[in-house]
Design a protein around this ligand. Structure first.
Ligand code: CUA
Length: 229
């Protein structure tokens, strides 16, 4: 539940999340069909009296109800595998962002632009503005250009954290001593919120992630402003 009464996934803001939602709907449809069929069969067992005293084995039906579920599983496994490789694919990123998890905040580095770096802390409840999101807004957002491939390198300084943004379909662990990689493409401008999703300690809930997706020329303005300061 990303907001009140929201049962499904967030609307996608990247092609990868769009594919993830398609796969979720596909798997859910298969799940519902199986549940309805098995539920119906089990329910109907209570209301019949079919008895066959000489029935000891049935090779044919055993064959059918072994192979049929295996084929159904293939219809989930193959699209799942396709998605897995799609998520891993890197397409000549135009911006690389480095994201470091700390207890309990994220810090970001724009390695392509003279290594601009800053920390990103959650805004405490008593300081939040009326239009802000409690426990979700940060003091320094990372600004990224939309309509371009973005690569994110994720690591951590103390314990394992996880850099997760549902609307972009991105979730990577930040592990001390390791550098993980992910990438995404921002479809539209806006603010995209995420949270750490490894249980990293007492204030795990209070290290949110905010991406400010802007057109490329605004991004260049933002970058040059920060380069000069
Ligand atoms: Cu950092 Cu949970």
């Amino acid at each position: 539940m990303s907001t009140w009464a929201n049962l499904g996934l967030q609307d996608s803001a990247s092609p990868l999340m769009e594919q993830l939602i398609f796969f979720h709907d596909h798997a859910l449809l298969i799940l519902v069909m199986i549940t309805v069929l098995v539920g119906y069969l089990m329910f109907m067992l209570f209301f019949n009296s079919y008895i066959n005293r000489f029935l000891l084995h049935g090779q044919l039906i055993e064959m059918i109800w072994t192979i049929l579920p295996a084929i159904i599983l293939l219809f989930i496994a193959l699209p799942s595998l396709r998605l897995l490789y799609l998520l891993d694919e890197i397409n000549e990123p135009s911006v690389t962002l480095k994201s470091i998890g700390h207890q309990w905040y994220w810090s970001y580095e724009y390695s392509d632009f003279n290594n601009i770096e800053f920390d990103s802390y959650m805004i405490p409840t008593n300081e939040i503005s009326n239009d802000g999101f409690r426990l979700l807004d940060v003091d320094n957002r990372m600004v990224l250009p939309m309509n371009s491939q973005i690569r994110v390198l994720v690591t951590a300084a103390d314990v394992i954290h996880s850099w997760t943004i549902p609307a972009l379909g991105v979730k990577v662990d930040g592990t001390p001593g390791r550098l993980n990689q992910t990438n995404f493409f921002l479809n539209r401008p806006g603010l995209f919120y995420g949270q750490c999703s490894e249980i990293c300690g007492a204030n795990h809930s209070f290290m949110p992630i905010v991406i400010e997706s802007v057109p490329v020329n605004y991004f260049i303005k933002w970058i040059s402003k920060n380069l000069n300061s």
